[in-house]
Design a protein around this ligand. Structure first.
Ligand code: ATP
Ligand code: MG
Length: 237
């Protein structure tokens, strides 16, 4: 079943066109990755899926409904969660309060079950729940941002550069977490990563974005071994 279809999307920032005729699809249960250089339009594409900015033309169909003109909070209620680049946790709230916000639509018992499972997976977060978000380390804030999004029990999780700025051990933890939520919880993931080799190794499929256009698509393994992808995004990285 196709959970997300982006169809012929054109997105502008004022007069500047950031996405040109972009189409992609994500099947339920897949991990799909989007790779591309700085400024290629990866973040814009994830943000366009969440209606901020809205596409000038084109359609975004999520779970069978066109969401391109829907309000952001309604899209979130349909189980679509976005972890933007640069984390954006609430710095003055504690870790526990950040998680509570993410899970605010759940009844108490369900919320507590979800939170306990999250803290079993991310024990480091559990130790720091009462600390203000802004005083957590970069890696801990990144984990908190992902955990907060997961507390909403999303069906589709859009992750923008979750490993950015993290030490190798935390990068592995983030990739392991993505694998677990996809394979054990059945969350569908659309992942943007500078760390293209790791993302392609994890993903079922991928798309390459160049100057706002999709230029190549294939399975993670196909792209990992594609000579063009290797020379542009993998070698020397
Ligand atoms: N708010 C904005 N106003 C005007 N132009 C913008 C805005 N946000 C992004 N852009 C431009 O749109 C293009 C795509 O940017 P985007 O942030 O989507 O790239 P990206 O692929 O996520 O890059 P990076 O890997 O550096 O995060 C860039 O040329 C950028 O300068
Ligand atoms: Mg970006």
């Amino acid at each position: 079943m196709t959970l997300l279809s982006v169809i012929d999307v054109h997105t502008f920032y004022g007069p500047v066109q950031a996405l040109h005729n972009v189409s992609l699809h994500v099947e339920a249960g897949e991990i799909v990755t989007l790779i591309g250089a700085n400024g290629a339009g990866k973040s814009t594409l994830l943000m366009t899926v969440c209606a901020n900015p809205r596409p000038r033309t084109g359609r975004i169909v999520y779970d069978g409904r066109d969401i391109a003109l829907m309000q952001m909070h309604r899209i979130a209620r349909m189980g679509l969660a976005h972890v933007p680049e640069g984390r954006r946790i609430f710095r003055d709230m504690s870790g526990a309060e950040n998680l509570a916000l993410g899970g605010r639509f759940h009844a108490r018992a369900k919320f507590e079950t979800l939170r306990d499972r999250m803290l079993t997976r991310l024990p480091r977060l559990g130790e720091r729940l009462h600390q203000a978000g802004g005083t957590l380390s970069g890696g801990e804030q990144q984990m908190l941002a992902i955990a907060r999004a997961l507390m909403g029990s999303p069906r589709l999780l859009l992750l923008d550069e979750p490993s950015l700025g993290l030490a190798p051990i935390l990068i592995r933890q983030v990739f392991n977490l993505i694998r677990e939520i996809a394979h054990k919880d059945g969350v569908t993931v659309l992942l943007v990563e500078q760390n293209a080799a790791a993302a392609l190794a994890l993903a079922d499929r991928g798309y390459v974005l160049v100057n706002g256009r999709i230029t190549l698509t294939g399975t993670g393994q196909e792209l990992l071994h594609d000579p063009q992808v290797r020379s542009a995004y993998l070698e020397g990285h």
